[in-house]
Design a protein around this ligand. Structure first.
Ligand code: HEC
Length: 144
């Protein structure tokens, strides 16, 4: 039993280093090794493009455990990902807009008959959205 526990600890890579506790900590640890975090925060893209970017950073030599990669993807998804309000699936709407289920349902219902024009249209039509958050993320929110 003791041997198994030891092997598990070694295999997990956590015998010496503490794994980063939050998505942001993981991103800062891994993604500011070669350049600043600014370059990451300055280039919002959709989640598929982030997968490609992170893969290309790994190809360039970025080092991360699978747990760190998962946290990094979560950080990128929640903070630096774009959304097309008129076409995104519900998971993207929930995550990028940090919207409750009821608001996401209202978005999907409304865009079926009439696509949203802009942020003001979204905010005045759909209750339950965090306006301060939308304002801070407006460069990532599109209406195509
Ligand atoms: C081993 C070094 C290294 C690490 C670690 C690294 N990068 Fe990079 N990154 C680079 C280099 C070199 C460039 C500039 C080359 C270019 O423009 O593609 C770059 C450019 C970028 C760019 C701008 C170009 C683009 O594709 O949009 C983004 C965004 C980026 N990195 C994100 C990340 C993220 C996210 C992480 C953490 C998972 C990360 N990087 C970790 C080396 C690294």
């Amino acid at each position: 039993m003791a041997v198994c526990a030891l092997l598990a600890a070694v295999a997990g890579g956590s015998a010496t280093a503490q794994p980063p506790a939050t998505p942001q900590a993981a991103a800062v640890k891994v993604c500011s090794g070669c350049h600043t975090m600014q370059i990451v925060m300055d280039t919002p893209k959709d989640i598929d493009a982030w997968h490609d970017t992170v893969q290309s950073m790994l190809d360039r030599g970025a080092q991360a455990t699978p747990e760190e990669l998962e946290l990094i993807m979560q950080f990128l998804f929640e903070n630096v990902s774009t959304v097309d309000v008129n076409h995104a699936d519900t998971e993207v709407l929930m995550t990028v807009l940090q919207a409750p289920h009821s608001a996401v349902d209202a978005i999907v219902e409304r865009r079926r008959s009439r696509p949203f024009k802009d942020l003001a249209d979204l905010e005045t039509t759909v209750p339950g959205l965090d306006r301060a958050l939308l304002e801070s993320k407006k460069r990532m929110i599109f209406f195509q």
